[in-house]
Every structure is written in structure tokens, then in C-alpha cells.
Design a protein around this ligand. Structure first.
Ligand code: UTP
Length: 292
């Protein structure tokens, strides 16, 4: 298998958990402090060795494409005023990886969005990073997608990020039926979508980052509409697991699901507390508000 150089970022969903703002502002464009969510996702992909990224958007999500366009008049104005720090901030998103865009016409689910990347991926392995989720690695030099690429190369099969979730939350996730084979690495026998607490084969949940062999696209094409009338990526992963070896990597780090308002607020607080220029004032505000 060639090294993993391509990634798909699905970002076309309606974002109904984030209405009414999602009606006009894509949830992937909501700011985490001062950068949109999807900018962190693109940054993770590029820092993991990905050179080409296909972002799947839809009609109300043009702001995503605009954000990644260069802005020559703004750049010229900043340059002429000698605002070099701002100029660097404005042009940073444009020199990380080559970006490509495609449109999902009907919101037929995450599986359908990934399938739109079939021609882009061709016969190459391909990473998938959900556009509404930021995953930070406890080792910033080794992002989670990079960990999956390494596992893909070492094990010779698709690798999926896994996160241990509490027993009472397994029914919210796709869960791995898996056996440990090494340091934080699992051989996945099968995936179980939203199992009950009693029937869950483990507490290892699918955590929004994947590296797939090209066989995922045949599996997606063969997957009928499932839950909610959508093509479910987990259903295609079940088919893939019956055809090829699959692996899980339990990552060290934090998953920030920004697709719901509470996750968005929490992520903003966490990221703001990491910014020296505002950390103290945010900490004081939290203390004041919580009466401590
Ligand atoms: P979600 O299932 O969280 O997205 O998909 P959603 O459907 O937008 O959210 P709700 O449930 O209505 O609130 C995870 C990622 O997959 C993308 C989303 O944009 C998000 O980044 N997605 C989802 C698509 O690209 N197309 C789809 O049809 C569905």
C-alpha cells in the first residue's frame, strides 16, 4: 500500500442539533476561540502527512470554501500597513495542503458523503476526519490521524480511532468488538452500532477519525440506506470488517464534538484556557459564574 496522503472531510450535514444558527452558518465554521472548527481539522490532517484533502460541502456551506480561499485585497492591505502577524494568520490556512471541494446534493448521510470521495481516492488509502469534531493528541507532534496512518502501515489494514467511553454511554456510539494485540492497538472483529449496555462487546467507541483501504468504497456502494434513511458509514465498516482485517487505535488525547451546543461551549473554554493572553480572565469568569 502507498503511504496515506489523501483525506476526506465530510462537512455537508444539516447540523440539526445546531439550529437555528446552522441554517445560515455551517457548524464546521463555528469559532473555537478565533478559528473555525474545520481549520483545526485541516491542520490535523496536514500535520499527519496528508497532502490532498477533499472537503464535502453542500449548498448552505459555501462559507467553508470561502474561508480557505486566499484573500488578495485583505493580504495587500495588511502588507501595506506592516501588519505581518495578521498577514501570517490570514494566509496560514492556504499553505497547509491542497484542498479540493465536492458537493453533496442530498443529505443521505455520512456514508454517502464519504462515497463522494471515491474518484478522488482512486486506488489509494484515504483518511476520513469528521469536519465537526476536533481531536487533540496528548502528543502534539503525533496527531491522531498520524497515529492511524502509522497503524495502517504497520498492520496492513484499515485503522479507526477508538475512545473508551463509560458503560452507560455505549448505546450512543458505534462500538468495536475487538481484541487487544499491542500497545493501544486492537484487532477489530466487528462493529456494533449503538448496542445496549448489556450487549456491548466492549467500551471502545468509534472516535471520528479513520484511515481506510480503498475497499471501503465498494462496501459503501453496496450499503443500503439504514438508520434514519441514511447511508451509515458504520454499516459499510461492518461489511469491510467481514472482507478485510481492520484495526483500532486507542488514542491518547481528547475528542471535542462540536456538533452540539454543549460540546461547542466546552471546547471554547478548553481552548481559551490554553491561550496565555486570555486564560486568567476566562478562569476568573468561570469562577465568578460558578460562585467559587
Ligand atoms: P453528523 O451526523 O454529526 O452531522 O455528521 P449532521 O447530520 O450534520 O448533524 P445533525 O445530527 O443533523 O445535528 C458528522 C459529519 O458528517 C457530515 C457532517 O457535516 C459532519 O461534519 N455529514 C453528515 C455530511 O457531510 N453529510 C451528511 O449527509 C451527514
Amino acid at each position: 500500500m502507498p503511504p496515506v496522503r489523501k483525506a476526506i472531510i465530510p462537512a455537508a450535514g444539516f447540523g440539526t442539533r445546531f439550529l437555528p444558527i446552522a441554517k445560515a452558518v455551517p457548524k464546521e465554521m463555528l469559532p473555537i476561540v478565533d478559528r473555525p472548527v474545520i481549520d483545526y481539522v485541516v491542520e490535523e490532517a496536514a500535520a499527519s502527512g496528508i497532502t490532498d484533502i477533499l472537503i464535502v460541502i453542500s449548498r448552505d456551506k459555501r462559507a467553508i470554501e470561502e474561508f480557505f480561499h486566499s484573500h488578495p485585497s485583505l493580504e495587500a492591505a495588511l502588507r501595506s500597513k506592516g501588519k505581518s502577524a495578521e498577514l501570517e494568520i490570514v494566509s496560514a490556512p492556504n499553505h497547509r495542503a491542497r484542498l479540493h471541494f465536492t458537493w453533496q446534493q442530498e443529505m443521505l448521510g455520512l456514508g454517502d458523503a464519504v462515497l463522494l470521495g471515491r474518484t478522488f481516492a482512486g486506488n489509494d488509502p484515504c483518511a476520513v476526519l469528521l469536519g465537526d469534531t476536533i481531536v487533540t493528541s496528548s502528543d502534539p507532534a503525533n496527531p491522531v490521524t498520524a497515529q492511524l496512518c502509522a497503524a495502517f502501515n504497520a498492520q496492513g489494514g484499515s485503522a479507526v480511532a477508538l475512545e473508551e467511553v463509560p458503560e452507560d454511554k455505549v448505546s450512543r456510539y458505534g462500538i468495536a468488538d475487538a481484541s487487544p494485540i499491542g500497545d493501544r492497538t486492537w484487532r477489530v472483529h466487528q462493529w456494533v452500532e449503538k448496542p445496549s449496555r448489556e450487549s456491548a462487546p466492549s467500551r471502545m467507541a468509534i472516535a471520528s477519525r479513520y484511515v481506510f483501504s480503498p475497499a471501503i468504497f465498494d462496501c459503501l456502494a453496496a450499503t443500503p440506506k439504514g438508520l434514519g434513511g441514511e447511508i451509515q458509514l458504520t454499516d459499510a465498516m461492518r461489511l469491510l470488517a467481514s472482507r478485510e482485517p481492520m484495526f483500532g487505535v486507542q488514542f491518547n488525547g481528547t475528542r471535542h464534538d462540536i456538533g452540539n451546543p454543549a460540546g461547542f461551549i466546552k471546547a471554547n473554554l478548553e481552548f481559551a484556557l490554553q491561550r496565555p493572553e486570555m486564560a486568567d480572565s476566562i478562569r476568573r469568569t468561570i469562577a465568578d459564574l460558578s460562585g467559587s
